[in-house]
Write a protein that binds this ligand. Structure first.
Ligand code: PMP
Length: 359
């Protein structure tokens, strides 16, 4: 078996141990005589899987009892609509635009009410996170929406933004479970699972209970958080197999020290790469230092042809998916929880060699 180091932004690497366990259980899960893929979501055996998955996720993220965890479909992009449909009571909401996904979320919310962009970093191609202070938030806005880690531009909030007493909603698709977060500072956290938690097909929502039950009447049943909460994410068929893999990933993270340990590992990996980038004469990191993401590391040579050469030679050396997002070009190394330190070491060694050869 040969596995490469896969730097894809998502879907992305999963821990090898998890894949091996899933493979071992593929045709006969725990003596049930069937694969988890083949099971009724209403069966006792599956019920135990989803309950354990939620319990492990709660433990990992330290989620208080007054928050519901929902396992949904539709990707994080569906949440761009679900959030305003469920939370806009006055019809007003404030958005911070710090990248392409938060811009999409803002545009989607405009369909449903008075969504206002209160801060943006588009003036410098989203190389930084704009400051947010409570006085920027409209007094009658129902919530403030942020994207906590900007996958395409490689930036992240250095701390939880201060929005006063407003409900804070965060898209954490590309940083969830990468480090501890204080869930109580947020009203809603949502994330597509396909980066740090599972294959594609699952979207996780963490929502404070008092925010449930305010969906506007025209909200599709499937997008009403209360429907999903009241039915323990089983109003309809949930993404059963993806939830099972997420459960294995949560167990892996807990076994490996939980989110404090994940943070340490991720900081160490990111430091290795950024330290090299800061010293390199060929490669330049693109995000402002203060806002650098630990998960998505973006860099360029300044020469599009050389970038292309780098990506293809890296792929040939077993370092794949280093091409930056199609909208920005350059390179991006996504180093989520499952990327081992050795993968980043191999990347840095390759970059040094490439730099010498192309000086
Ligand atoms: N938000 C962020 C921060 C993302 O990185 C992505 C996907 N890369 C999305 C939203 C969209 O997620 P999905 O494809 O699950 O709809």
């Amino acid at each position: 078996m040969s596995r490469i180091y896969n730097f894809s932004a998502g879907p992305s690497m999963l821990p090898l141990e998890v894949l091996e366990q899933a493979a071992a259980e593929m045709t006969d899960y725990n003596g049930s005589g069937m694969s988890v893929m083949e099971m009724s979501h209403r069966s006792p055996v599956y019920d135990a899987i989803i309950k354990q998955t939620e319990a492990d996720f709660r433990k990992l993220m330290n989620i208080p009892d007054n928050y519901k965890v929902l396992f949904l479909q539709g990707g994080a992009s569906t949440q761009f609509a679900a959030v305003p449909l469920n939370l806009m009571k006055t019809g007003k909401a404030d958005y911070v635009v710090s990248g392409q996904f938060s811009k999409k979320a803002f545009k989607e919310a405009q369909k449903y009410g008075d969504a206002k962009c209160i801060a943006s970093s588009e003036d410098r191609t989203f190389a930084y996170i704009p400051d947010v202070t409570p006085d920027m938030v409209r007094p009658d806005a129902d919530y403030v929406h942020v994207c906590y880690n900007n996958t395409i531009f490689g930036t992240k909030y250095p701390e939880v933004p201060n929005v006063g007493d407003k409900v804070l909603v965060a898209d954490m698709s590309s940083c969830i479970t990468s480090e501890p977060v204080d869930v109580t500072k947020f009203g809603v956290i949502y994330a597509g699972a396909q980066k740090n938690m599972a294959p594609a097909g699952l979207t996780v929502v963490i929502i404070r209970e008092d925010l449930l039950g305010n969906a506007r009447p025209e909200t599709p049943t499937m997008l009403d958080y209360k429907t999903m909460a009241d039915n323990d994410s089983m109003y309809n068929t949930p993404p059963c197999y993806t939830i099972y893999i997420a459960g294995l990933v949560y167990k892996w993270a807990l076994k490996n020290g939980g989110l404090t340990a994940m943070k340490e590992r991720n900081e160490k990996k990111a430091k290795l790469l950024y330290d090299y980038l800061d010293s390199s004469k060929l490669f330049k990191p693109t995000a402002d230092k203060k806002y650098r993401s630990m998960m998505n590391v973006c860099f360029v040579t300044g020469d599009a042809d050389l970038d292309k050469k780098f990506c293809s030679e890296a792929a040939a050396a077993g370092l794949s998916n280093l091409k930056g997002h199609r909208s920005v070009g350059g390179m991006r190394a996504s180093i989520y929880n499952a990327m081992p330190y050795e993968g980043v070491e191999a990347l840095v060694a390759f970059m040094k060699k490439f730099e010498t050869e192309n000086a």
